[in-house]
Design a protein around this ligand. Structure first.
Ligand code: G1P
Length: 275
């Protein structure tokens, strides 16, 4: 039912400098696969086969990654090395990749609005590839798509975080309506612990209804002077049209060095198989 997923991939990745000076942070490999490919695989697994990339300057290699590398294919054709391309070939067979460039970095809300021409008037997923989610069984976007089919409203993924970390996230206040499902009453972008309405933090997975674009157009800059998706979602929340979903699975904050190292070790120990 939800066919498209938006990938805001224009951010600078300053926490990984100097590695990200000329390389997009989304291309940092967790073991042997770039972060953004994990995200694309999760979207495709949820049947969101149109992957809409909101890119920016210096990010061209992301769109190149989701294309054939003719010379490479030719070079290793028929050799034992072909198996190494298995996962990306499968992604290319199933997915369609579109992109638009975000010329100015004015926040996640602005990035989502920039993606409007790629999405149109239909519900869509948003995946922030910094948040690597790993689990056996249906992925986080799949779980959320199932919930969408029942409720037909916007959904944010949430996870409990220690109180002292609320300033890193959007934080929700919600009323529990089912196991792991909350109707959002309020949400705040990056509150100090004493102002946070709970310790349920928004993780980088969203399902949004397309009226969000009109709301974003009318949303003034908020935290950090940026147009925040959290502020736009609050307009929907006031009408009872946002759910928060405590997903099943492990999430790694790959936007931070410790989270990235933790993810690398976890994937290496649990999923890496030598070809
Ligand atoms: C963004 C959102 C925030 C959310 C976070 C999840 O923040 O604005 O609400 O909790 O992603 O990773 P960023 O990490 O881009 O600053």
């Amino acid at each position: 039912m939800i066919k498209k997923c938006l990938f805001p991939v224009a951010g600078y990745g300053t926490r990984f400098l100097p590695a990200t000076k000329s390389m997009p942070k989304e291309m940092l490999p967790v073991v042997n696969k770039p972060l953004v490919q994990y995200g694309v695989e999760e979207a495709i697994e949820a049947n969101m086969t149109t992957c809409a990339m909101v890119t920016g300057r210096g990010k061209r290699i992301i769109t190149d990654h989701f294309d054939i590398s003719y010379e490479l294919e030719h070079q290793i054709s028929g050799s034992g090395k072909e198996a190494s391309l298995g996962s990306i070939r499968s992604v290319l067979e199933k997915g369609v990749f579109t992109s638009v460039r975000q010329r100015e970095m004015r926040g996640l809300g602005h990035a989502v609005l920039t993606g409007e021409p790629l999405i149109g008037n239909e519900p869509f997923g948003v995946l922030l590839s910094d948040d690597l989610c790993i689990n056996d069984g249906p992925g986080v976007l799949s779980q959320m798509a199932e919930l969408y089919a029942e409720h037909k409203c916007s959904i944010v993924a949430i996870q409990e975080v220690p109180r002292e970390e609320t300033h890193k996230y959007g934080v929700i206040k919600g009323e529990r309506i089912a196991e792991g499902v909350y109707r959002v009453q309020d949400m705040v972008e990056k509150p100090d612990p004493e102002d946070a309405p709970s310790n349920f933090a928004i993780i980088g997975r969203y399902i949004l209804t397309p009226d969000i674009f009109d709301i974003l157009r009318a949303t003034a800059p908020g935290a950090n002077g940026e147009i925040q998706i959290t502020d736009a979602l609050q307009a929907q929340a006031r009408e009872g049209r946002v759910l928060a979903y405590q997903f099943k699975g492990r999430r790694f904050d790959c936007g931070s060095v410790p989270g990235f190292v933790e993810a690398t070790n976890y994937v290496y120990d649990n999923y890496y198989t030598r070809n």
